[in-house]
Design a protein around this ligand. Structure first.
Ligand code: HSE
Length: 439
């Protein structure tokens, strides 16, 4: 049966890096298929980038190439602008300009949405256009739309995810090869899985932006990223990963957001995850997010969190959604629905179990003294374990697992312990994430 096609929708892309190029490919190669799905041709008219010399996986047809974003933004025919520049400088100006001119906007830019999404969505609502950002979290994994639409009837309680492929690749490599962080990072950089400047990924910023976006949608409250505790993976060692495995855990960089008693427990940090937890087996560059709703219970999303194909697919899915809305006169159909401002719990008040690795003088009574310090601060211990590791200088490595304890008590105990003459170093404190699944 022939599909009726009316008019057309015109798209312009600003920024033709990996993701922009992936979106160009899909819009060009799948144009016929897309027209059938949308009910009208979705025409890519122009792609702006400052550098057309560098090689790209998909050659952009010369007639589409522009060197100035303004050419795209000023074109009255362009109804949808894709921002694929990244960062919050030029990208922010492009998005603001496009919205102010009444164009719908699609962006996979997590930093932009996490930091300025509230204002940008308000501009979009004022103009009655769409601002969509499916590609900002989890690359090709559908997450934003399921959270905004499919799960909107339930009350979301908790989101726990691995939302950064670079760090997951590094941690997986460290576990597999028994390597320390620096070595695993260098290997990831050589293979192109980590950037030359890996700060945003390895220090947890990328995960922070992504969990802030998911939490805003899930809990209806904008999150100020400055309020969210984040810790990267640079201090995780091969020894921690080895001990984790001996104790039945994997080490993962988790992004967590949970709604409890009118406040949000939000954080990004490396965590011990039980080996039978679904997130423990998420390896390499893959991402996975578990969402728990009061009635839907656990829902898990899994897939590739980055790259031309995955993120390009998310971007083009949004473009098609914007196009459908424009054709139906329904642009702005799913606006920002943040209706409250929930406080984010300071990390000191967050309650966790903990793994602690320390190097101590190897003589009778030392473990007792340390246990007393924990006890004095109300930290209950679940186990202590002395691996056979040689740390030299008559020092022994001792590993502790605590029961759940507020972070501030944990910190107080560790300050006391660090002051003991028998304690040479406390190189690792890693939180344990047990999960709250139904068994
Ligand atoms: N740098 C991100 C990652 C991909 O490593 O997952 C883009 O968000």
């Amino acid at each position: 049966m022939a599909v009726e096609t009316k008019s057309k929708v015109v798209v312009g892309i600003v920024g033709c890096g990996v993701v922009g190029n992936g979106a160009v490919r899909l819009l060009v190669e799948n144009a016929r298929w897309i027209a059938q799905r949308v009910g009208a041709p979705v025409v890519l008219k122009s792609v702006a980038d400052i550098d057309w010399e560098r090689p790209r996986e998909f050659p952009v047809p010369p007639e589409l190439r522009q060197t100035d974003a303004e050419t795209v933004l000023a074109d009255p025919e362009v109804q949808i602008v894709v921002e694929a520049i990244g960062g919050t400088g030029a990208a922010r100006r492009v998005v603001e300009m496009a919205l102010s001119r009444g164009k719908s906007v699609v962006t996979p830019n997590k930093e932009l949405i996490a930091k300025h999404g509230r204002d940008l969505l308000a501009s979009a609502a004022q103009k009655g256009v769409d601002l969509m950002f499916e590609g900002a979290v989890g690359g090709g994994i559908p997450l934003i739309k399921p959270m905004k639409e499919s799960l909107a009837g339930d009350s979301i309680q908790r989101i726990v995810g691995i939302v950064n492929g670079t760090t997951n690749y590094i941690l997986t490599g460290m576990a597999r090869e028994n390597r320390d962080f620096g070595e695993a990072l260098a290997a990831a950089q050589q293979l192109g899985y980590a950037e030359a400047d890996p700060t945003a990924d390895v220090e947890g910023f990328d995960s922070l932006y992504k969990i802030a976006i998911l939490a805003a949608i899930a809990f209806g409250s904008w999150i100020s990223v400055d309020q969210v505790y984040h810790e990267g993976i640079t201090r995780v060692t091969a020894a921690d990963i080895r001990y984790a495995r001996q104790l039945g855990f994997a080490v993962k960089l988790l992004a967590i957001a949970a709604h409890r008693d009118g406040a949000l427990d939000m954080r990004v940090h490396p965590a011990f995850v039980p080996l039978d937890h679904p997130l423990a087996s998420v390896g390499g560059v893959y991402n996975a997010v578990m969402v728990r709703g009061a009635l839907v219970q656990d829902v898990m999303f899994y897939g590739r969190g980055a790259g031309a194909g995955p993120t390009g697919t998310a971007v083009v899915g949004d473009v098609l959604d914007c196009a459908r809305n424009l054709l139906k006169g329904a642009a702005g159909r799913v606006p920002c629905r943040c209706f409250r401002q929930l406080p984010v719990l300071p990390i000191e008040q967050v309650v966790c179990r903990n793994y602690v690795r320390m190097q101590v003088t190897d003589r009778p009574g030392v473990i007792g003294k340390i246990a007393t310090c924990f006890g004095n601060r109300g930290v209950s211990l679940a186990s202590v374990f002395q691996p056979d590791a040689e740390v030299g200088d008559h020092l022994a490595e001792v590993v502790w697992i605590t029961h759940e304890v507020p972070e501030e008590r944990m910190r107080a105990a560790l300050a006391d312990i660090r002051g003991l003459p028998e304690v040479a170093a406390v190189p690792a404190v890693i939180r344990l994430e047990q999960g709250e699944r139904e068994q």
